[in-house]
Design a protein around this ligand. Structure first.
Ligand code: AKB
Length: 313
């Protein structure tokens, strides 16, 4: 029997593409997509409205669908969580606890929960930032990610819950839009480049951040979930790197495809968040333990983004 998979936050930036990829792999009926809002687009498989903070509703869905795996992709991202810190903390932590508890009680085989570069802070090394190092996140989102990592390891060590996690860099995609993150500039810039050939960045010209194209993020996610449990040696979350660039360097790469593209900068509070994060990740353990192997460099990513956004708008 095909494995059954449940996705929380299926209409978000990662969920949109991950749901599609998992449905291709395991069949549409085997993947239950859930989200707090409904989509206007037709779903190609089962969909349920779900508030991931409602443990009873979540438990009922788990009882009804009997998933072997849960992908928990619900989160309030860094910039939004700074505006409503308590709400951000409650959403990020309550939903994680519900999933970990249900996985333990109902013996779900595997759980995926994403951490982030936001788990690092101003005193963490910038370039490269190692897997194991000092971590002092300064945002609510980052604090929730670092705490979540430790809770994941606790549930693994104490209760045998097979929960796996990666620290995503900023994710760049043309299908699902990000919402409320610090790295969102690196997606918005493409839409504005095609619309007006100019963009005003809320991140300063020289602020460097680790980034990753969505197809590499999907492949890392599917890889860590597929390998045998003994290969997943780190039970907090793995650093996964791909590319690192500044808004200035991204603009230069866009200019090669769209001559005359103009970058202006008007840094706001999100630049301070970005400056507290690493610039480059050292991801050797992910490469060694389960074969993390990103393919997209800066220029391939830029060409692919511009081609796909113009083809689909
Ligand atoms: C954000 O900017 O908040 C996220 C992240 C780096 O986790 N994209």
């Amino acid at each position: 029997m095909a494995k059954r998979i449940m996705i929380l936050g299926a209409l978000g930036q990662i969920g949109t593409e991950l749901t599609e990829a998992l449905r291709k792999m395991y069949g549409s009926e085997s993947v239950l997509a859930t989200d707090i809002r409904a989509s206007e687009e037709t779903q190609e498989g089962p969909f349920a409205l779900l508030d991931a903070c409602d443990k009873r509703a979540l438990g009922e869905l788990v009882d009804a669908f009997r998933p072997d795996e849960i992908y928990h992709l619900v989160a309030m991202l860094s910039a939004n969580a700074e505006k409503t810190p308590v709400k951000g903390w409650d959403l990020n932590m309550d939903s994680l606890f519900h999933v970990l508890e249900l996985a333990r009680e109902k013996k779900v085989d595997k759980v995926f929960w994403p951490s982030s570069i936001a788990a690092f802070g101003p005193a963490s090394p910038k370039d490269p930032c190692p897997q194991n190092t000092y971590m002092d996140p300064s945002t609510v989102y980052g604090i929730s990610k670092l705490s979540g990592e430790l809770w994941c390891r606790y549930y693994h060590d104490q209760y045998g819950v097979d929960v796996r996690s990666v620290r995503y860099p900023g994710l760049i995609s043309w299908k699902g839009e990000p919402g409320g993150g610090t790295t969102d500039y690196a997606v918005e810039i493409f839409h504005e480049a095609l619309r007006s050939n100019a963009y005003t960045s809320f991140i300063d010209r020289d602020t460097r951040l680790p980034m990753m194209y969505m197809s590499d993020a999907l492949s890392a996610t599917l890889k860590i979930m597929e390998v045998p449990a003994e290969k997943v040696k780190i039970r907090t979350a793995y650093n996964i790197g791909a590319i690192s660039f500044t808004p200035g360097e991204l603009a230069e790469a866009i200019r090669l495809v769209r001559p005359g593209f103009q970058l202006r900068v008007a840094p706001d509070f999100r630049d301070a968040i970005a400056q507290s994060w690493p610039a480059v990740l050292d991801d050797l353990p992910a490469r060694m333990d389960w074969g993390h192997d990103p393919k997209f460099g800066l220029h391939e990513m830029v060409r692919d983004m511009l081609t796909n956004i113009s083809a689909h708008s």
